[in-house]
Design a protein. Structure first.
Length: 396
């Protein structure tokens, strides 16, 4: 500590919001018996944050001079909300080893700003796949809660990686959203579901943002008017018995009209083809599939859900197989009934990758649709990526 100079600051602590500025009064007193020049420098803060109007000053013995230190942290996500310590150092030119340091504490407050973008705003299909991009422009991490709802309350929403994602400061996160309607028209016009996704940050930080999307669900059977093309009558060679020509009749006068049975059998062939196509279409639409498969990429503690439909209204056996790579040694496979009263969790490991779910008559009475299959990475071993397959069979 220098014996020839005394430095005081007022105030010695500032609390600032990013973008705002604060001032600190600095007083430098020469307590020696000789005239001296004193140099002032600042450490501990980014140079772009500060402005010091006193650099090198000459001070008479037992005299003092003052200056102002202005501190303004920028309103950027890189300006972390934390406590900083600025060090004001004053040294003598006559003896640079003699210097005095005075701290100034700066508390930078958090600020909250984020943007949300939904892509696409309209999707077409039996289910809608969307991407919700959350851009956190705040100077601290934010936890969000995403809630989807349609006007008729007929859609379920599934989120990947999570319905409550955490987005670090200055980063952007894409959340995959699946909109699954409970009703689909059998025929007629497509049905539009208008829904909202409300993205709400942690309590008290900022206002929620509402994104609007549309899902256009086509009917299961599309009826189109078919135009029957004109059928050209085939030409045929004519064998003419000249002995049968009447007196005065030429060969060109012999009639050449197509036989009556040609049009008849053409229409029968078209009708048979239409019946075959209709039967094939009904078999494709009404027959249950023999399995469901999907892919997943999961971080530690995250999960992904898939809506499934049971192939039969009776007791069923579902054999679930999972294959994955990554740091996790086990995954939880969860089957949830439509009313969520029945939840069964089974664990698969690298040595036992196949498990079986048994759905009895009581559980299946809730319906064959709106069941949910979930893959959960409950371990802390790391990220995983892989796929699963569900195979259905009826229990007699």
């Amino acid at each position: 500590m220098a014996d020839n100079v005394r430095v005081t600051v007022k105030p010695d602590r500032l609390r600032l919001n990013p973008g705002e500025s604060g001032e600190v009064d600095i007083t430098i007193t020469n307590v020696s018996n000789v005239v001296d020049v004193f140099y002032t420098e600042l450490e501990g803060l980014d140079a772009s944050w500060v402005r010091l109007d006193v650099d090198a000053v000459s001070i008479m013995p037992n005299d003092a001079t003052s200056g102002i230190l202005t501190i303004q942290p920028p309103r950027l996500s890189a300006t972390a909300a934390q406590t900083y310590t600025a060090i004001i150092k004053v040294a003598s030119r006559s003896d640079p080893s003699l210097q005095q340091s005075v701290p100034v504490v700066v508390d930078v407050e958090p600020f909250y700003s984020f943007e949300v973008d939904l892509r696409p705003q309209k999707a077409t299909g039996a289910r809608g796949f969307y991407t919700l991009s959350i851009d956190n422009a705040s100077n601290g991490p934010l936890d969000f809660n995403i809630v989807g709802r349609d006007q008729e309350d007929l859609c379920r929403f599934f989120y990947e990686p999570h319905q409550r994602p955490n987005v670090p400061a200055g980063e952007k996160l894409d959340v995959s959203v699946l909109a699954d309607p409970r009703q689909r028209p059998m025929w007629g016009r497509p049905k539009n579901y208008t829904f909202t996704l409300t993205t709400t940050p942690e309590q008290g930080t900022s206002e929620p943002v509402i994104s609007t999307g549309v899902l256009e669900v086509p009917p299961r059977i599309t009826v189109k008017r078919l135009r029957v093309p004109n059928i050209a009558r085939p030409t045929r060679s004519r064998l003419i018995n000249l002995s049968r020509l009447r007196p005065g009749q030429s060969v060109d006068d012999t009639p050449s009209a197509s036989p009556w049975w040609w049009n008849k059998w053409a229409w029968i062939a078209y009708g048979a083809l239409a019946v075959v196509l209709l039967i094939w279409l009904l078999v494709v639409l009404l027959s249950p599939g023999d399995g469901v498969s999907g892919r997943f990429v999961l971080k530690s503690g995250n999960e992904i859900s898939y809506p499934i439909t049971l192939p039969t209204a009776g007791p069923s056996l579902i054999e679930a197989t999972a294959e994955w790579k990554g740091g996790s040694g086990a995954l939880d496979l969860i089957l949830t009934s439509p009313d969520e009263t029945s939840v069964e969790t089974l664990t698969v490991t690298p040595d036992a990758r196949k498990v079986s779910f048994i759905i009895d008559s009581v559980e299946v009475s809730q319906g064959v649709s709106n069941w949910v299959f979930t893959v959960q990475n409950a371990s802390t071993g790391g990220d995983v990526q892989g796929g699963f397959k569900l195979e259905f069979s009826k229990i007699e």
